[in-house]
Write a protein that binds this ligand. Sequence first.
Ligand code: HEM
Length: 262
Amino acid sequence: MTDHRPTYDWDPRSDTVLDNPVASFDDMRQRCPVALSEYMGWSVFRHEDVLAVVTDHETFSNQVSQHRSVPNGLDQPEHTPYRTLIEPFFTDQRMALFEPECRDIAAELARAIAGRKQVDIVTELAEPFALQIQCAFLGWPDSLQEPLREWAHENHEATLAGDREAMAEIAQRFSRYIHQLLETRREQGDWAPEDPTTDIMRSTIDGQPIPEEDIVSILRNWTVGEIGTIAASVGLLLKFLAEHPELQAELRDDVDKIPEAV
Ligand code: HEM
């Protein structure tokens, strides 16, 4: 009898990949640039292939789950108005206004670990940085940082385990909290704080208010989804710096080189 089970090209959850994703992706690019895995289906590793996939919405879809995810799980034409809505929140100008606050948060966290011989950089710097800047950006209270950290961790675990039931439960728990937060702002009316959460709540598409579920989905995307991403990128940058003391020295000598290094 023929065995119709697919053969997999790689395992994105293996220790090798999780311990050193960048080197693993470099290796895949050489060895098998279009690869099948049990966990993620098909992955493309070459820049030109990635561009071909993300720009061909006739062939490829963003909808990877039955749960609605705004905007990243939407396809054209539905995706466009949501993306148009979101983009003004991340203009250079708005980011420039927010930058000093991010710098203050980073400096405070760096001061707290300065002089220590050994530090877990992810738990003591990268993750609190991600949590604090996301709460500051959205105008959320500091008391939400701990639940957000837990959601992000649980979501990461559930995603890695492919546990869809747990992922849905975590999303629902988050939704309840955010509905409450939005309700309070609605009750505050004109007194609601002026921040991206109030702005997105009052936004419209084609003159119509945005369904509450979509607002919650956008906010979930900006928080539970992005805390891990920011923390990971800060962690990767710092790991690289720790392994390259000569680069540290070069950047200390000439801080103008930092943006290019980042
Ligand atoms: C270092 C941190 C981050 C990295 C590495 C990152 C990476 C990415 C990537 C690769 C995409 C493209 C996804 C695709 O086309 O399939 C994307 C899209 C996006 N990201 Fe991020 N991101 C980061 C932080 C953030 C943050 C902090 C926010 C919001 C608070 C955010 C909001 C978005 C949005 C709204 C999209 C567009 C989704 C869409 O149009 O469908 N990202 N990000």
